[in-house]
Design a protein around this ligand. Structure first.
Ligand code: SF4
Length: 64
């Protein structure tokens, strides 16, 4: 699946990074960066936790 982030909703609170640091990282300017836009067997559980943790519902998973 594709990992999509609505950057207009994101408030850069870092909760997704706490759940899935292998995918989400806030940079020095507090802008969210994604190391990948693809889910894998390895990251999917943490990515789902990040989706659930985001208080802004800014992260969505899109079936390809
Ligand atoms: S948890 Fe949501 S609001 Fe917070 S940094 Fe991640 S995408 Fe942005």
């Amino acid at each position: 699946m594709k990992i999509k982030v609505d950057f207009d909703l994101c408030e850069a609170n870092g909760l997704c990074e706490a759940m899935a640091p292998e995918v989400f990282e806030l940079d020095d300017d507090d802008f969210l960066q994604l190391s990948t836009e693809e889910t894998t067997d390895e990251n999917i559980d943490n990515v789902r936790r990040a989706v659930a943790a985001c208080p802004r519902a800014a992260i969505t998973l899109v079936e390809e």
